[in-house]
Design a protein around this ligand. Sequence first.
Ligand code: GLC
Ligand code: MG
Length: 425
Amino acid sequence: MDRLSSPARLMIVSDLDHTMVDHHDAENLSLLRFNALWESNNRHDSLLVFSTGRSLTLYKELRKEKPMLTPDITIMSVGTEITYGKSMVPDEGWAKILSQKWDRDIVKEEASKFSELKPQAETEQRPHKVSFYVEKEKAQEVMKVLAERLEKRGLDAKIIYSGGIDLDILPQGAGKGQALAYLLKKFKSEGKLPTNTLVCGDSGNDAELFSIPEVYGVMVSNAQEELLQWHAQNAKGNHKIIHATERCAAGIIQAISHFNLGPSISPRDAMDFTELQLEHVNPGHEIVKFYLFYERWRRGEVENSESYYASLKSVCHPSGGFIHPSGEELSLYDSIDKLKKCYGDRQGTKYRVWIDRLLPTRISNDAWLVRFDKWETSGEERQCGVVSTLLRSKVADSLSDLLWEHVHQTWLDGYAAKDNNSWML
Ligand code: GLC
Ligand code: MG
């Protein structure tokens, strides 16, 4: 949370399954489009929050399967667990608040009296969340009777039905909406309330997100019946909430555009790579565009032309250097020559590249130091380089026309490359 010294320009709070992540998109294209947009335009001044029903265990599994960015804040187990940063430091204060008027043994005891309720996996039973499966037809009745019985036992609990199958029982003060309200309050007290907040969801446990005052909301096109129904009954006239016509992450991009929350064209949708110069003084854009070109070059999706090669060289400082994780050094020009030879070496494969955790630091009137994680996957295998780059303007005392002057890469622990061409940029 301390990453930004001023209020975030935009905070996106998004559900994962069937919202940020499309399980029907085997190529993950909408997610990759969102990632490129976020790292090139938002990472430096905005906050990304993932709010999921998953426990840490299942969240980690999803991260291995899908090309997901690293969020600034992670809200897991349906708003009952909040952590900060890449190292996922837990918010102990939130856990303490939730422990008031909560007794999970009573919840388990009462729930066990319903044969319709089938317990979920042990990993999904959390200190402030007890979870079951229940068929759609039986859900309403079970929820009604269970709520009465819990109340009789003096418990203030909340029951949420999601995806037409999952039933979660939480403390009354928990849930995705309450967790967001808690975060907003925290930001406000620090004078860092985000200028805009956009919440994104598809199912029942996301409904609460849309009832937080002042936030924009997008229900993705593939939203579940229970969320659309909730919206029809509770938020129909609210113009700050839309039902997107696009699925999952593409629906989120649609909402950014609809509500004018900043640039909304993903670099992945801008096909012109001859124009490798910066349009805005935003080094993130430069980096993301370069590696998109790199991906398309190796997939053989751009033309193998001398003009691309020349424009790549034109953004490198003539005496610029590259330090490989092995310690080997070569000039940026040599590195571009190696890239040239790898045209189409990943043609017809699932090869993808995405940038994560891009952090630009302005170090002088005409230079930026930019660190980022560069992920590459071929489907099953993944590699990740932690990269530092020095970008300097061609024009003295200006931040336009940036040239790559120096690149230094190390492997992220556990993600070293096994492939021979890995010593390219
Ligand atoms: C995720 C969780 C599950 C929960 C569901 C709906 O799938 O793993 O425990 O019931 O979200 O909130
Ligand atoms: Mg979902």
